[in-house]
Design a protein. Structure first.
Length: 219
């Protein structure tokens, strides 16, 4: 840019690679190296432009890393990977209307593998959504250090002990999903909820995982 008059640098950036906790030496080292590079450009009479290195986690945990701008993605969605110190609220939900309502007798299996058996007569709603739309889709584990395996094992143990089922919201009431999630349909217990075919069911799901073909409504 110093010798090319038609070239203008509008900014310089990097990305912190490991920012999941405070007092991480690697974060401070990466920030220091980036600032040294930018300082070297200035010493060479080259304007580095707008500087940014912090995404959501770094912007929350490391004020020094905010520089001239920050790149907030998960923070805008209220789904940060660090303790939520700012009172951020989750943004984004998946809405799908009930397609049918039926009664099932006691001891009736639901879904693949017969993983759920009704204990009594149960009023169910069938909703035409599932994995194909990105419902409850999660990232696959891709780190296999000892600490990663132990952390994942701890999450699995909590899931085993707590046994928290999945829910959606219908007419302001939480309704439990029964059986396994299908590719294009799910079953929900609506025994205690006043609803009809066409009533919307609301699911708390990350917009990042929702299929691009699903209509987006911004409000």
């Amino acid at each position: 840019a110093k010798y090319l008059k038609n070239l203008e640098i509008v900014g310089c950036f990097s990305h912190i690679s490991n920012c999941f906790g405070k007092n991480n030496k690697s974060v401070l080292l990466q920030l220091e190296r980036f600032q040294k590079c930018c300082a070297a450009l200035k010493d060479a009479e080259i304007d580095p432009g707008l500087l940014h290195i912090a995404a959501s986690n770094a912007a929350i945990l490391y004020p020094k890393a905010r520089l001239g701008a920050v790149r907030c993605g998960s923070a805008l969605l209220g789904r940060v990977g660090v303790p939520n110190q700012l009172g951020l609220q989750k943004v984004g939900e998946l809405s799908c209307p009930i397609s049918d309502i039926r009664w099932l007798p006691a001891k009736h299996s639901i879904g693949y593998g017969n993983t759920y058996i009704t204990k009594k007569a149960t009023r169910i709603a069938i909703i035409q959504t599932g994995y194909a739309d990105g419902l409850f889709v999660e990232k696959k584990r891709d780190a296999f250090r000892t600490r990663d395996i132990l952390r994942d094992g701890w999450h699995d143990l909590k899931a085993l002990l707590l046994r928290r089922p999945l829910y959606c919201t219908i007419n302001g009431q939480r309704c439990r999903l029964l059986g396994r999630i299908g590719m294009c349909s799910i079953v929900v217990d609506v025994s205690k909820v006043q609803c009809d075919p066409g009533t919307p069911a609301i699911f708390d799901t990350s917009p990042l995982m929702v299929n691009a073909n699903v209509e987006r409504v911004y409000r």
